[in-house]
Design a protein around this ligand. Structure first.
Ligand SMILES: [Zn+2]
Length: 93
């Protein structure tokens, strides 16, 4: 069931889960049980833990808080160097 946002005038916003076919226009506040009308909010239909959402979050965060580095990454050889002296006589590309 999706989450819907409600707002109590005294206690503030809160979320409740309701079936999509029976969403009330107002519900009781979870703290004071007073009337809390439903707020119009953006749907949260995405998979919050999916790699795509993580990428979107990281991309949005990098616009405001870019990662900083203190040094360039260490150099790595793509292939291990052989210490066998016979390999030095082989033709090179
Ligand atoms: Zn309340």
């Amino acid at each position: 069931m999706p989450l819907y946002e409600f707002r109590c005038p005294d206690c503030g916003p809160f979320e409740q889960s309701h079936p999509m076919t029976a969403v009330p226009a107002a519900t009781g506040c979870i703290e004071c049980d007073g009337p809390a009308p439903r707020r119009v909010s953006a749907p949260r239909l995405g998979h919050l833990r999916s790699p795509e959402m993580a990428l979107l979050d990281r991309t949005a965060r990098s616009a405001h808080e870019p990662d900083t580095v203190s040094a360039p990454p260490p150099r790595r050889r793509s292939t291990p160097m052989s210490t066998d002296p016979r390999h030095r006589t082989l033709p090179r590309p």
